[in-house]
Design a binder for this molecule. Structure first.
Ligand code: NAP
Ligand code: MG
Length: 537
């Protein structure tokens, strides 16, 4: 008897207030494998009421729970245990990532390792000395301490589900905050597994929650909620702007990691083979669904024809196929909408008069596969050079001279990343310095480090993730000023004896903060003096 081929549909619950729950109205949504278009899982489709429950649980956990009050070293230990579990389960988690959003297994496994490292890194960083003491005038000791912000919300995209969760949860939790994570609807599964890991290692109730549901309702509610203190969002510029507006409701802190149209500049003196490879990695890694993709290749006219010729023949040889197939060099696009977006932009490029050198078609059959696509002789003013496509579509633009290369590179609303290929170190430094972008590379493309700040200039975002900068974003800064004199400040002493300080030392006015004014005046003249000056800083 022939076995009936049947894909298993795994039911998931979401993690709210330390419990695994369905949506309050029982609604679910399906998760598809973009390599096959088959349903692989079903997750709760949360309601606003569920989001309210999560916010209440988060408030409770932050306002009264042990997490923010715990020693930093203990929080670090728990995060490290989570990192260890991610490593132990890396194969299984990477497979799940590939299944739910189509990234190659070889790429997903790197994401798992990077995610684990991010937790380890912040577990270590949180016990490093931070804060400072300040030299201030007068007999005052002044210091700065960092404290958690409170209830933080992470809203993440589908292209790096596990890694984006780690980039947000690790610094937030390390700093003593609590976090509600709202993953992209198409790919919440590895984040739900992350919640299982946190439950297993013993994270207190309500400290980390994962709510699955539509961004337009759940994300929107969380971004506007006055009980939420910070939203860290990664996603499109359009939604980022909306979240910023929603956040204005209670002046919450908003971190935005948005899109890009990053320049990858190749000079004639670059190592040819390395630059070709870097151009391919820049655009086709992750099927081009990468915020920092080198989607605008800006090539020195002196080598343009030869470079483009080699690039195109190499792109044509890339094997597109299922995410879990070891032979595949590029996986499918994430879903039907993304495929439609790519098709739309390829048509726009044709209409704008750019030359399609290779690609430009989806692959026949099931799965959302698209050919590696290259437009050449592109004008930077074209829409395909200005708008983020988020797929395997490269535009190639020739340049004459360093100055023009920089002008083209910076002629964009975005400022996320950029790279320069040249053997001339001073030229490389001049150009990266001139790039208006937060992440730059010289003679490489894409390496990303938990230790280094990640984020964009211009419309690519606000704030930074990763590194010490990323930890700072999840903290409030408090100054503490301690008066060391025991003397009254002497502001409202009209009815008192002039010798206000009794047997205490009479503090000269110049040392008497917060008064500022005529420093020659002493305590005897404080009444007249203070009629003309403002208390406070
Ligand atoms: P998206 O449509 O902006 O969605 C991102 C997240 O926001 C999803 O969780 C989404 O939920 C949610 N969302 C949607 N509408 C919302 C609303 N009105 N209020 C609150 N949340 C809402 O982006 P995407 O298509 O998933 O991801 C692609 C984009 O992310 C690209 O532009 C890319 O450049 C950017 N990205 C940037 C970085 C970076 O580090 N700078 C990294 C990765 C990706 P649903 O899924 O339920 O709609
Ligand atoms: Mg999917």
């Amino acid at each position: 008897m022939a076995a009936v081929q049947e894909t298993k549909v795994t039911p998931y619950q979401m993690y709210i207030g330390g419990r695994w729950v369905d949506a309050s109205n029982g609604a679910t949504s399906e998760i598809l494998d973009p390599s096959t278009e088959e349903v692989i899982a079903r997750v709760p489709k949360a309601t606003v009421a569920d989001a309210e429950t999560a916010v209440k649980a988060a408030r409770e956990a932050f306002d009264k729970g042990p997490w923010p009050r715990m020693k930093a070293v203990e929080r670090g230990d728990l995060l490290r245990r989570a990192a260890t579990r991610i490593r132990e389960r890396a194969d299984e988690l990477a497979r799940l990532e590939s299944l739910q959003m189509g990234k190659l297994f070889s790429e997903a496994i790197v994401d798992m390792s990077d995610a684990a490292h991010t937790f380890d890194y912040y577990a270590g960083l949180v016990v490093e000395a931070h804060g400072e003491t300040l030299e201030v005038p007068g007999d005052t000791m002044s210091m700065v301490v960092r404290e958690p912000i409170g209830v933080t919300v992470g809203i993440t995209p589908w292209n790096y589900p596990m890694l984006m969760a780690a980039w947000k949860a690790a610094p937030s939790l390390a700093a003593g905050n609590v976090m509600i994570l709202k993953p992209a609807s198409v790919s919440p599964l590895t984040n739900l597994e992350l919640a299982k890991i946190f439950e297993e290692v013993g994270l207190p109730e309500g400290v980390f929650q994962v709510i699955t549901g539509p961004g337009g309702e759940i994300g929107d509610y969380l971004a506007a909620s006055p009980l939420v203190d910070m939203v860290a969002f990664t996603g499109s510029v359009e939604v980022g702007k909306h979240i910023m507006r929603q956040g204005a409701e209670n002046v919450k802190k908003v971190g935005l990691e948005l899109g890009g149209k990053s320049p990858n500049i190749v000079f004639a003196d670059a190592d040819f083979e390395a630059a070709i490879d870097g151009a391919l990695v820049g655009i086709f890694a992750g099927t081009g669904e990468v915020c920092s993709a080198g989607s605008r290749l800006i090539v020195d006219r002196a080598i343009y024809d030869r470079f483009v010729g080699e690039l195109v023949s190499r792109a044509m040889a890339i094997k597109v196929g299922p995410a879990l197939d070891e032979d595949s060099e590029m996986g499918p696009l994430v879903n039907k909408q993304q495929l439609a977006t790519v098709e739309k932009y390829v048509q726009i490029g044709r209409d704008e008069g750019a030359t399609l050198a290779t690609g430009g078609h989806r692959l026949e059959g099931r799965g959302y596969y698209y050919e590696p696509t290259i437009f050449v002789d592109v004008d930077n003013k074209m829409r395909i050079a200005q708008e983020e496509i988020f797929g395997p579509v490269l535009v190639v633009i020739p340049f004459d001279g360093e100055q023009q290369a920089v002008e083209i590179a910076n002629d964009t609303i975005y400022g996320l990343a950029g790279a320069v290929w040249t053997k001339d170190v001073t030229k490389a430094m001049r150009v990266v310095k001139a790039l208006r972008a937060g992440i730059t590379w010289v003679n490489t493309y894409h390496p990303t480090y938990s230790e280094a700040p990640w984020g964009g200039y211009k419309q690519s975002g606000v704030g930074r993730e990763l590194g010490t900068y990323g930890l700072d974003e999840y903290t409030e800064v408090k100054q503490i000023n301690i008066d060391l004199t025991d003397a009254p400040m002497g502001v409202y002493q009209r009815g008192k004896d002039k010798n206000v300080a009794g047997n205490r030392r009479v503090v000269p006015l110049s040392d008497r903060r917060p008064f500022r004014g005529d420093e020659s005046k002493t305590d005897e003249s404080w009444v007249q003096f203070c009629e003309n000056c403002q208390p406070g800083l």
